[in-house]
Each structure stands twice: as structure tokens, then as C-alpha cells.
Design a binder for this molecule. Sequence first.
Ligand code: BDP
Length: 651
Amino acid sequence: MGDDTNPDRGDAAMTRRQAVGAFGLVASSAAAASALAASSNAQAAAQGAPARGPASLLYPHESATRASRDLSGLWRFQLDPTDRGEQDRWFVGGLPTPRRIPVPCSWNDLFDDARDYFGTAWYETDFQLDPGWRGRRVCLRFGSAVYRARVWLNGEYLGEHVGGHLPFAFDVSGLAREREPNRLTVSVENKPQLDRVPSIPDPQTARMYQVDYPQTAYDFFPYCGLHRPVVLVSTPDTHVQDVTVTTAFSGATGVVDVAFAVNANWSGPAKLILTGGPRPISVPVTVENGRGAGRLRVDAVRAWSPQDPFLYRLNIRLGGESVIDDYPMKIGVRTVEVRGSEIRLNGKPVFLTGFGKHEDFAIHGKGLDLPVLVRDFELLKWIGANSFRTSHYPYSEEALMLADEYGFLVIAETPGVSLVFMDAPPIIEARYRQLEGALTELVHRDKNHPCVILWSLANEPIPKPFHTVNDIPPGAVETGTKFFQRLFAHARGLDQTRPVALVSVQGGPAEWVGQGDVICANSYNGWYVVSGRIDEAAATLEKEITGLRARHGDKPVIITEFGADAVAGIHAQPPEMWSEDYQADLIEAYWRTLRRHPYVVGAHPWAFADFKTAQSIMRVGSLNQKGVFTRDRRPKLAATRLRSLWKAAQG
Ligand code: BDP
């Protein structure tokens, strides 16, 4: 953490620049970078720093040519309920009356006056550049800020990013001072807005019969803040900017195709090096105008799978005799495809056992919490899960890297939760653009993870919000159909190597769900419907899944959510709602019913663990208690029940 003194307050260049880009981090940081480049190249040149360009979003793995410094720690923090910080130039003069906040962390569980605060808040810290980084390219990378972040360095506006859960970065070469302390200021704002994703129900048009506080259209607490690490990344001036790896098999040989981009249209020699097998494999590549591509053939390849999550190490090395840049990453060789009613991994059908989860824990909120991450993955292994869904937003990059190592199959979801289609066309269009941007960023970020086997474009889109008394407005289903046609086409344009789906509720609308390669459906018989009657719930489920089959041909089906709230410690014989016994029996009844249908290729009870929600008459203790584990990760009866069912199924 930096100290509180700021020897340099107020004397930096103070030009306040226009916010750039409606949502895109690439657009915003690139535009900001070029605006900045014009104004402060003199400063950069004086420091012998490279001219600024678009910042790479590659995860900041270190190598002989790359270093990074995590700025996590106790920063200064101030709420700004009247939005005066920009006008009063807090990014120049410093925060007037700050308190301390840990980064990364949500602000809501830390301070009583911040729990239900969804306005603008300011973060500030100081840092010193490593003297060894002199003259190198330096970027500032944010893992995620919910929802809109605006960033200043030494009083200079860098740009903004809109939408949480995904990284953004700025090239600060030359702008980050080498001999004096640097001051980093970030405003983070999370106002509930209709045109955001996720959104709130429109109080003007939606007549609600149940209102939560804070009001959300979705069922988790709207935590906000700097949720993931903020990192300084130092690379050579010429550096690898982006990498795309695709893998296939030719008999027992793995075929690894690597395409990569280098900044500033660089041309020259490069090398791809794959290690981890019996001997290193190296392929020379010629980079032309910033583009390089090569193929590695791996004899007797070790395919990545949940049973053997083997990762090779890939280095993309620029230069000939002397190395210009070296980007290291881990890759798994595997294929995924939908064939008939199967999802096939490496040509063999898989059945998904696992859960929908949340990034959620007491006090941290949605802040990256590595101990919880490791514990969760250990518990997933213990219970016999081979997969999970990143409901209902992209999880941290650390979670994805760890899933590669543990061998979990991941359904990677966008932040498109609880989309509705009864609002005015400009609102729906604004949401579309936001979601399309988030999807682009998500695929860009996670395309190289072997663990990601399916993109989920949305969770439970519905024509009109739940808990409303309105009729479905005419045209809402058709509007949604067009919305998803665009979104599916966009997803398939971004990635041809993975299937795409959306997660439906109550089976529909069929025109939306049917666009997926896999039919993903949430089903709450025994809870929200057919409450308290497990046998009838199973019979209703039976009808539901045969109905899905009839509507969607031979596409594979995953039941992505089912379950019941259970308050830990409550028991009942005969089982009744809210007891651990009822939850365990309902989940077992679902499992047994689903397993009778060969085209059902996955069963994910909702949820892995209890998680925080808004306050409502539906949520005891402001918690959704459908967790099979409590919020502090103690197993409920359903956990031991699932463990024996899943172990028995695995033989
Ligand atoms: C589903 C949602 C999920 C909720 C769950 C529930 O997808 O986010 O938490 O219902 O109500 O409809 O428990």
C-alpha cells in the first residue's frame, strides 16, 4: 500500500479527457491511449519510454522478459453520493476525507453506510515504479470493476470501462513517473440502470407484486467495487499482444495451432516452444506486420480431460538469437463438440455433474478470494463434480486457470442474467450492445482455457420480469428472438470451436432456447411450483424433459438448475420444505428422473453454496439457501447424498 503523503499533488498535467467507448475496453483503452499519446509523448520521450499504444489484455504471466506488480492492498476510499469528485478534481487534489479499503474486495460488507450504496465511490493509491522497469512498456491492468470505472494516473485521465467481471488495461508508458511516486485514482459507480446488463425492472412499466431491497431483477446481491487485482505489467516495447490456441487430434498426435499478434505491426523471427511432454517441441515462425501463426505436432499427446487435466507449457518467443519477448502460458490439448444428443470431449460423451455457483463470501463479497476458490474446488472434487457454470457472470481468471488444473468442465456465462423484453426499443438496443461487448471481451479473455466447453449467453431471459402482474407485451417474444439471433451469430463468429447455448426457465421461449447447440433449462418443480410434493415434482419434471425433447429434436439437454432452499440444521420427517431432508430428497428425485433419459447430459443442482441476495420475503437472512453447502462451506445433507449418488454413477 502507498502512504498518505502526496508530494506531487496537483502539478501533473490536468487535462480532463472525454470518456471514451460506450462499453468496449478495447475501444476505450485504445482511444484513450491514442489521445494520451498525443499529449504526453514528450514526457514519455524524456523518460526514454516507448510511445503508448493499445494495451494488451493477456493475463500478466511473468517470464524472463515480463514482470508484474500486484497493487493489491489497503487503498484510500471515499463515497461520493452527490457525484462531486470529478467536478472537484479529486483525481488531482486527492480524496478529501478517505478511509481505508482493501483491494480487491466489494465495499458493501465492510462499512455500514456502504452496504446499500450504489453510487460513485473513489479509490486512490500511490505506487513507485520498479527502477528496473526504466524505459520499458508499462501497462495498468484491472481484473474487474463493477460496474463502471474511470481511471486517472497522476491527474491524467486514462479512460473508462463499463460492465463488471472482465479485465481492462491502459498503456501508461512514460506517464507513470520513474523517479517519483505515482498516484492512481479510480472512480467506480454501480447505479442501478435500466439500460445496463444486468438491469433492474422498470418501475414505470413493471407492476411488481414482490419488491426486493435493493431492487434487482436477479437473485444475488449487487456487490460493487474493485473486485479483482489491479496490476502493473512491464513488457518489452515490442511484445506479444494476443494469442489464440486451438487444438485437435490426428490419431495419437495432438495438433496445436497458435496464432498471435505483436504490437506496432512488427515483423521478424519468432518461435513457438511446447514443453511438458517427453521432449520440447519448437517451431520457427515468421511474424509479418504483427501477425504470426504456427502449428505444433505433439506425438503420443496427453489429452486434457477431467480424469487427466494435463497442461503443456507454451512459450511464444519473439526474436532470433536474442529474445525480444517471451509470453508463457499453459494449454490443454482437447476437443469439444456436440454430436447428436451428446457433448463429446476428445470424441467421448461426457455427463456433467456439478453446480451453478456464485463468486460470493462473507465480508469479501465478490472480491477475489483465493482461499475460498481453492476450498470450493476441493469440495467440488470431494463431492464428485466434474463441472460448474459461472452463473451469472464471468468468474475471475484465477478461477479459470485453476479449473484448467483441476480438470473441471466449465460453462462460461456472460453477465446477461434476467434479460427482459418489455422495455422500449432503445433500452433493449443499449442492453444488446453492452452484452455483445461483454461477450466479445469474455471470449477474448477465456478462449484459450481447455476447461471452457460451452458459452452460455444468458440466464433466464424472459419476455416480462418475474413478480410482475403485467401481461406479456405483444411482440416481446419476437424482439427476444431477434436479440438472440444477433447474439448467437456474434458468439459463433467469435469462436467456432465451442458450442453455444442460453439457459432457459420454464422451458422457454422455445424460439430463443432452440437457437442453442445444447438445450439448457432451469427447473424448480418441488419448490416454486408443485411445492412440497416431491413425487409430483418428479412426474412434472418427466413431462418437462420429454417436452424439451419434442421441441428441440435430438439436441443434448442439461438441467442447469434445480433444488430447494434448506436452512442448515432444520430437519423434518416426513421431509418438508426448508429442511435439509427435503432438499436432499428433491435433488435425489431429480437426479434419478434425469438419469433415465440418455439425451440429458448434465445435472447441476442449484446451488453449490448459499449466497447473499437482496432482502426479501423469499430470502431468510438475505441468503439464497439452495446451497448444498452453507455459505461457510459446511455440507448439508444434500451434499453427502449427492456424493454417494455421483460416486455410484462414476462406478
Ligand atoms: C433461478 C435463477 C437463480 C436463482 C434461482 C432461485 O437462475 O439465479 O437464484 O432461480 O430462485 O431462477 O433460487
